[in-house]
Write a protein that binds this ligand. Structure first.
Ligand code: CA
Ligand code: CA
Ligand code: CA
Ligand code: CA
Length: 334
């Protein structure tokens, strides 16, 4: 496909000799390819050889999820323990009614400090390389649904509107996308379930435990039943195959139910206690997510490392303050 771009000398194709086309206007290392089967793809040769990125709350960019929480001092205070050297970063950012939307908006491989304020529909981003950025997108009552929908390595600003089920996404490279998917009462979130690098649009329906996924690589929606009412759907990839597993956490029994639709295999774990918040992430940096919970009453993190099955508990006072919330929020949709 990249040869095709050279052949066309950076001109847009105007004929199709098959079912795909290449649009070589994104720069020297990138082309946009269109394929009837797979949809639009950004082919980026610039990142070849780079280490895999950890997309869950990795603020120092070392590939390991960092222990991090936000607590209430009147305003929000973010406390992050860097996995690379064990030292702390603190930020005053947002107010307690804001939604935490940390992701990597500037695409430098480090998570950014970010909140969305429903009252004025404004995204307040404190980006690790590109600095402050404020964007008005969404209205009060919307649900933020950040993800990387166009696979350019940058988290995209996005909201889901419960009243209409419409997704409004600002794809950082491919531009604005709107899509109707889901109904009021659903839990909307983004995750890469087909493993093509693009996040897919997903809703989980509490009433029947149904997962409804629009895979980015296919126009055929997927519908699978997994979980039941009062479960908490989670976005995580526990076997490191690059595809998110269908996962629910059942608070009444502290049980994790993990289903891999490609193999048909499922696993269950009992891990956690009443009141714990599940926070799966790749804390040991091996490419697979670890089962983990945050216990608000003693501000302690508990996990099972996927790399060596080690059981780790770690007290993290954070910044003090009240109502501590763990930050790997991308893994625990509302
Ligand atoms: Ca880290
Ligand atoms: Ca960043
Ligand atoms: Ca993006
Ligand atoms: Ca995908």
């Amino acid at each position: 496909m990249v040869c095709g771009s050279e052949f066309r000398q950076n001109a847009l194709p105007n004929t199709y000799d098959g079912n795909w086309a290449v649009f070589p206007f994104l720069g020297t290392n990138k082309v946009l390819a269109g394929d009837l089967t797979y949809g639009l793809l950004v082919l980026d040769a610039g990142g070849v050889g780079n280490p895999l990125r950890n997309r869950i709350s990795d603020f120092d960019g070392d590939g390991k999820t960092d222990i991090s929480e936000v607590s209430n001092f009147g305003d929000d205070t973010w406390a992050i323990q860097r996995s690379s050297d064990g030292n702390y970063n603190y930020y005053g950012w947002g107010v307690p009614t804001d939604k935490l939307v940390n992701g990597d908006f500037d695409g430098d491989g480090k998570a950014d400090v970010a909140v969305w304020r429903g009252a004025n529909g404004t995204w307040y981003l404190n980006q690790s390389s590109a600095g402050y950025r404020f964007v008005q997108w969404g209205v009060d009552g919307d649900v933020p649904v950040t993800g990387d929908y166009d696979a350019d390595g940058k988290t995209d600003i996005a909201v889901w509107r419960p009243s209409t089920g419409v997704w409004y996404i600002i794809q950082s490279t491919l531009g604005i996308r709107t899509q109707q998917w889901g109904v009021a009462g659903d839990r909307p979130f983004a995750g890469d379930y087909d493993g093509d690098g693009k996040d897919d649009i997903v809703v989980w329906r509490q009433s029947n435990g149904g997962w409804y996924i629009i895979q980015s690589s296919s126009s055929i929606p997927v519908q699978i039943g997994w979980g039941q009412q009062a479960d908490k759907p989670l976005v995580a990839d526990f076997n490191g195959d690059g595809r998110a597993d269908l996962t629910v956490f059942r608070p009444s029994t502290n049980t994790w139910y993990i289903f891999n639709p490609f193999t048909g295999l499922y696993r269950t774990y009992v891990f956690g206690e009443m009141g714990d918040i599940p926070v799966p992430g790749d804390y040991d940096g091996d490419g697979s997510d670890d089962i983990a919970v945050f216990r608000p009453i003693n501000r302690t993190w508990y996990r099972l490392n996927s790399s060596d099955s080690a059981y780790i508990n770690l007290f993290f006072w954070g910044s003090g303050g009240s109502s501590p919330k763990p930050l790997p929020n991308s893994a625990q949709p509302e």
